[in-house]
Design a protein around this ligand. Sequence first.
Ligand SMILES: *Cc1c(COP(=O)(O)O)cnc(C)c1O
Length: 425
Amino acid sequence: MKKNLETICIHGGWKPRKGEPQQLPIYQSTTFRYETSDQMARLFDLKDEGYFYTRLANPTNDAVARKVAALEGGVGCVLTSSGQAASFYAVFNICEAGDHFVSTNAIYGGTYNLFAVTLKKLGIECTFVDADAPDEEIQKAIRPNTKCIFGETISNPGGNILDIERLARLAHRNGLPLIVDNTFPTPINCRPFEWGADVVTHSTTKYMDGHATQVGGAVVDSGNFDWDAHADKFPGLTKPDESYHGLTYTKSFGKLAYCTKLVSQLMRDLGSIPAPQNAFLLNLGLETLHLRVARHCENAQKVAEWLQQNPRVAWVNYAGLPGNKYHALAQKYMPNGTCGVIAFGLKGTREDAIRFMDNLDFISIVTHVADARTCVLHPASHTHRQLSDEQLREAGVAPDLIRLSVGIENIDDILQDLENAMQKM
Ligand SMILES: *Cc1c(COP(=O)(O)O)cnc(C)c1O
């Protein structure tokens, strides 16, 4: 039976049979037992499916991965130990030294660092483009050795909305997959595969968990990108893998080629798996994702409207506001709401912004974002402080930007806390 998202949130992934636990068990075991040497050998040859070592696969992790894949409408999903690991693996699975890829410049600060600094050290070069620039502009960044285009559905912290359909068309015209970080909207509000994205990544640390209990990530593959049609560009998927007895991923695994390679090479060699305990916590969060996301959006819309008519506020960026630059794109891709994260600036100095944050009561100052509790962050003095002013601008972060992550508390209490803090400024 084909199920709707709300039902998948609860029932996806784990299907208990007779006498089995109703709730997903935590298989807190590094290894799994076999009865004959041959059984084990067949696993190592990828001839049989089965568990042998948790770095490669674990029943708890797999059940949660199946749920995330179902929510996104993908053919496969790999959970990772963090969102950063997910972004890294998603790109590194198809890029190697000497390769190049294109990313939009309005992305999470950690991802920017990964792409601009760390991947460069591995010989992979990234060109950052303005996602709102005309196609011809973005096209100029694409080279013969370009392997993918990367963007965020809703950028953290700027709140820019990606025109997924347009970027997917541009990517496909060039024989490239589009990778989209879908952390902020979650599949409840946007399913990028329906608009042509090929691979989706997540920091499950955020709304998917929703309670700030675990750091985790996910890479989901749509199974739609035809790697063999561009075989020379993606030899890792379309040519024999020496480290796996000369097996060719697209031949042996079809639509699961990308995920299988990610696990059997990157997880095997780099090992960023989540602990089964963390996958369990993520799964608990996912059970209420559809309820929480709706409330986050409802509250954030009210807060954004309140901020917009507040004389102390210089500007508000929330795509749910009719005057917003991204409102039309938000209506197209996320008609039920975007997310709970608002960016705004206060009139006055940088110190005024800091005083405002210090005056807050239950609204907390944390690096975190996108969970049940309302919280604030000043990227220029917190998450993005390693970036120069120029890099800040390039990453689409204004120096006075305050990121307000609206939680699911009572809306009147949230507004009262903001009002009190502003009055004391
Ligand atoms: C937080 C975040 C990440 C990084 O995820 P971690 O789980 O913190 O490693 C990546 N992308 C976006 C959009 C994020 O918000």
